[in-house]
Design a protein. Structure first.
Length: 208
């Protein structure tokens, strides 16, 4: 048992298998139906899984890593910057990409992509006629801004600050420190935006 749980790949594969078993139980009760509703569900599930990984790591950086790092002895901090943070940033940026990607596909499949991204200004039923489109549109824009920050501000600056993959070996200590501060500030911006973003996503299903 210990050997099984010590292998992350095995645990993830087992989790997927359990999810498939639940799906089979559902199909046994209702009949096998692979229609548009099923694909909408599947994309939503992948969107949620990606989002949990993304926001979970964002909050890990801001609630755990950043406030705890100053308490770590100087001689131990290099391990954090050399091994743990780069690995976390890999999953952080790619979960951001998959979250926005699956979110866009989901919006297209559900037929509200244009309405959401125009904040319901463009709506066949009339501008601003659907509060759900407005709420989810605000959430999608906040998520898009957060995704942009991850890929085009936080990640490039973290590469410089930590010299990830030896991409910036010649930068001075001051330049690295400045890049780290920029990455940290935009990470805090994303933490701020994540709260209303999640409110909008949940509110679109329950308030509108």
């Amino acid at each position: 048992m210990a050997a099984f749980f010590s292998n992350l790949r095995n645990v993830v594969v087992a989790g997927v298998i359990l999810a498939l078993i639940v799906l089979l139980i559902h199909w046994a009760q209702t009949g096998v139906i692979v229609d548009m509703t099923f694909w909408q569900f599947l994309v939503r599930w992948l969107h949620v899984i990606s989002g949990v990984m993304w926001i979970g790591l964002l909050w890990y950086f801001n609630f755990v890593s950043t406030p705890t790092t100053p308490k770590i002895p100087e001689d131990l901090r290099p391990a954090l910057g050399k091994y743990i943070t780069p690995a976390a940033l890999f999953w952080f940026r790619w979960s951001a990409m998959s979250t926005i990607g699956f979110g866009i596909v989901l919006a297209v499949l559900n037929g509200y992509f244009v309405q959401a991204y125009t904040l319901d200004l463009v709506d066949p039923a009339g501008a601003f006629s659907d509060p759900r489109n407005l709420l989810i549109g605000i959430g999608m824009w906040l998520g898009t801004i957060m995704w942009f920050n991850v890929w085009f501000v936080i990640w490039p600056n973290q590469q410089k600050a930590l010299n990830i993959d030896n991409a910036y070996p010649d930068l001075t200590k001051d330049v690295r420190a400045s890049a780290g501060k920029t990455a940290g500030m935009f990470s805090r911006v994303n933490t701020l935006l994540s709260i209303p973003m999640l409110f909008c996503m949940v509110g679109a299903s329950h308030l509108a």
